[in-house]
Design a protein around this ligand. Structure first.
Ligand code: FMN
Length: 312
């Protein structure tokens, strides 16, 4: 089973990926959170920093494009080639109305003609392998039935399917039955994404769709940093896990010191991580509360490292 790390804007940027892959394990693939583009321009040029080779020394991610026009993709591809990337992923899943309302991300799913036009333009010129990450539809899962024949027209590297509708955002359940129904209709290699939080979730998924050989995990990895090791059947002693967790958190802090000038931005970011991260720790709620109370990096370090030591 191949395991990919899902792109999570604000969470799985280069700082997380570098720290994770150095201390907790290499994924089969990682992806950058989306780089949003419009009319050939970078919407937030700072998002490009996530692609810098100096920020990706342990594992080269697949850069993700969020946009809907060929001119923007061309500029995005130039950036990818400049940094020696060989593959790019197109986001057709972002559910936020500010994005989908502009016919980007999941907004493209109700516009099959736009998808066809965009992919046609991309494949006429691209030197990259292209994959797509998508949902089932904007409002309804049956929207995907219009999308399948279009995707099948193009030589995509793979399709990552998160079987939710955009209107669900992240609520409700990922529709595994719809995944098992639609995946065999796609000509491409298909990767499953959505709500894999433990090995049992994966076993259930495989029993529904035995051909499955690729999964992408996002929140499950933030909650349980050893989930990938567990799935791969690696047996790690508690002491070893704690040692790796300490190194992972030290590395996050070191990288954050380079990115953020004051403690405030750093603390806000870490609070967001711990909102998920606390779930997988026996004393996670206690650590999370102390992280939220921390006003300085020093207080944060005490909360986290003491919390990790208490696990022993
Ligand atoms: C905070 C947050 C940010 C996300 N950012 C992105 C993104 O930049 N690109 C993308 O394709 N998906 C993004 N997603 C969706 C995830 O990649 C993934 O599809 C979704 O969380 C379901 O997988 P999971 O249940 O394993 O987390 C984001 C999700 C969350 C919760």
């Amino acid at each position: 089973m191949q395991i990919y790390l899902a792109p999570l804007q604000g969470l799985t940027d280069w700082i997380f990926r570098e720290s994770f892959t150095e201390h907790l394990g290499q994924f089969d693939k990682t992806f950058t959170p989306f780089v949003r583009m419009q009319h050939g321009e970078f919407y937030r040029p700072s998002q490009c920093n996530d692609l810098l080779p100096t920020n990706n020394t342990f594992q080269q991610p697949v850069p993700q494009f969020l946009g809907n026009d060929a001119e923007s993709f061309k500029r995005f591809e130039e950036l990818c080639l400049e940094h020696d990337y060989k593959e790019a992923n197109i986001n057709m899943g972002c559910p936020y109305p500010m994005v989908s309302g502009k016919k980007m991300g999941a907004g493209l799913l109700s516009e099959p003609k736009m998808i066809a036009e965009l992919l046609k333009n991309i494949f006429t010129n691209t030197q990259l392998k292209i994959s797509v990450k998508c949902r089932l539809g904007l409002e309804s899962a049956t929207e995907f039935e219009q999308i399948i024949p279009i995707l099948n027209t193009f030589p995509l590297e793979e399709i990552i399917l998160h079987p939710r509708k955009a209107k669900q955002q992240y609520k409700g359940e990922a529709d595994r039955t719809a995944f098992a129904k639609y995946a065999p209709l796609l000509k491409h290699s298909v990767c499953y994404n959505g709500d894999i939080l433990n090995s049992t979730d994966l076993e259930e998924l495989v029993s529904l769709y035995p051909a499955l050989n690729k999964i992408m995990i996002g929140r499950g990895i933030l909650e349980k940093p050893f989930l990938m090791s567990e799935i791969r059947g690696e047996k790690l002693e508690k002491e070893e896990k704690i040692k790796r967790l300490r190194s992972f958190h030290s590395s996050l802090i070191e990288h954050c010191k380079k990115k953020y000038s004051g403690d405030l931005h750093f603390l806000k970011r870490m609070e967001e991580l711990w909102e998920y991260h606390c779930v997988g720790f026996e004393n996670g709620r206690k650590i999370y509360k102390q992280v939220k109370k921390s006003k300085t990096l020093a207080q944060y370090e005490i909360a986290v490292f003491q919390g990790i030591n208490d696990l022993l």
